[in-house]
Design a protein around this ligand. Structure first.
Ligand SMILES: Cc1ncc(COP(=O)(O)O)c(C=O)c1O
Length: 418
């Protein structure tokens, strides 16, 4: 191989693998919008069945069982999840220190106090730290399957059961990931998925909530869908029924356009997942043997969904080259989507989890102040991550090989960058 592209050489990747087109929505899907029946559905109040069809399909394709409800975002689904779990004023809720902030922020709106829990070596919540953080005020444990890699569920479920705490899953990165044969999102009292932006299944904006318990779902309905016309899945419990028309204050419905976009993708989700797993296996095999790089630990019996591939970079093994310089060189070689995540970071980077004052209207006054030094696992993982896309579709292995070539070239020529 010649000199590095960042120093003027030819890029390792001859074909420019520009940004990966996701989601793959068939043209035919959009042409179906011209069908008058479908057009009426997507401009109706409640999708005239489209939304409930998507909710049922999501449940069935993932193999969740139980009950599902679509919302207008993952954040809304998480809010409805916490509301339905009965969390409220003064309750302490354990949340991962390393997650996307929306996992925890809705708790503030319910008056809860998020308590951060450190990460293990793969960025997921540490069961041993869950145990350390439990107090008499703890009311639930929230977990996120980061980047699509399932958490250490056996240990988490054991500690939660020991203390009688419900487990609530943020599966926004993990549509269809499994752990010992159970799909993520089906482990606890309830779960939420984002269907936003570039998620594995996306409506641009959107979310899904799931629970094995019908009354849990009715409580989620109460805060999300006042006056719902879909009586087949509305509120029927005697004590909630008097509030079915007014709901309890919000309208968190998914937009039928989003539901329509999601419907098409659900049909091909199993294939997307098996193809992502193939690409990730190639990345793990090839990159895992390079110095300075390590691949994420996958718990025994887990099949990740691989929303992204969270490679870990260790500068000590590469002459001390800073991670930012490494990524710039890799991008110059043609691995253009190699990335250092910004807003997905330890929550101690945000005032909401460290400050004591209320600086915005309705800001929580009794928040818990967290100190960065208490979360070494989360900070170590965040300091080392180099995020790669994980491809599916016909060219998936070409993309994966191109990225391997780009990264290998930088590692082999690292001395030129020192
Ligand atoms: C782990 C996680 N939780 C929650 C969310 C929030 O979802 P949304 O953006 O759909 O509100 C996201 C979205 O980026 C996420 O990655």
């Amino acid at each position: 191989m010649g000199s590095l592209a960042i120093s003027g050489g030819d890029p390792a990747v001859a074909v420019p693998y520009r940004t990966f087109a996701h989601p793959r929505i068939d043209d035919g899907d959009f042409r179906r919008l011209a069908d008058p029946e479908l057009r009426d559905q997507v401009v109706s109040f409640d999708g005239l069945g489209l939304v409930s069809r998507v909710e049922d399909t999501f449940r069935d394709v993932l193999g969740l069982g139980g009950y599902t409800m679509a919302t207008n975002s993952g954040t809304s689904a998480l809010y409805a999840l916490y509301y339905a779990a009965g969390l409220g004023e003064g309750d302490e809720v354990l949340v991962p220190a390393y997650t996307f902030f929306a996992t925890a922020m809705p708790l503030f709106r319910l008056g809860c106090r998020p308590v951060l829990v450190d990460s293990t070596d793969n960025g997921n919540i540490d069961p041993a730290d869950i145990r350390r953080k439990i107090t008499p005020a703890t009311k639930a444990v929230v977990i996120t399957h980061m980047w699509g890699v399932p958490c250490d569920m056996d240990e988490i479920l054991a500690v939660a059961a020991e203390f009688g705490l419900p487990v609530l899953e943020d599966a926004s990165h993990a549509h269809g990931a499994t752990y010992r044969g159970t799909v993520t999102g089906a482990f606890g009292s309830g779960a939420a998925w984002s269907l936003g932006a570039k998620k594995i299944v996306t409506g641009g904006q959107g979310g899904i909530l799931h629970s094995p318990d019908s009354e849990f779902l009715e409580r989620a309905f109460l805060v999300s869908r006042a006056n719902d016309k879909q009586h087949d899945r509305g509120i029927t419990s005697a004590h909630l029924q008097p509030y079915a028309v007014t709901g309890s204050g919000l309208n968190l419905r998914i937009h039928p356009f989003s539901a329509f976009a999601v419907e098409g993708q659900l049909r091909s989700l199993p294939r997307q997942l098996s193809e992502r797993r193939e690409s990730a296996a190639l990345l793990a095999r090839e990159l895992g043997r390079l110095p300075g790089l390590s691949v994420p630990r996958v718990p025994d019996g887990a099949e990740p969904a691989w929303y992204a591939f969270p490679l870990q970079y260790d500068p000590a093994a590469l002459g001390g080259l800073p991670r930012e310089d490494f990524v710039r060189a890799v991008v110059a070689e043609g691995a253009v989507e190699a990335d250092i995540p910004g807003s997905t970071c330890p929550l101690t980077r945000f005032r909401a989890f460290t400050g004591e004052d209320g600086t915005y209207p309705g800001a929580p006054v009794s928040r818990i102040t967290h100190d960065e030094a208490d979360f070494p696992g989360a900070h170590r993982f965040h300091a080392g991550i180099v995020k790669l896309p994980v491809w599916y579709g016909e060219q998936r292995l070409e993309y994966a090989r191109a990225y391997v070539d780009a990264i290998t070239k930088v590692v082999e020529n690292v001395k030129d960058l020192l």
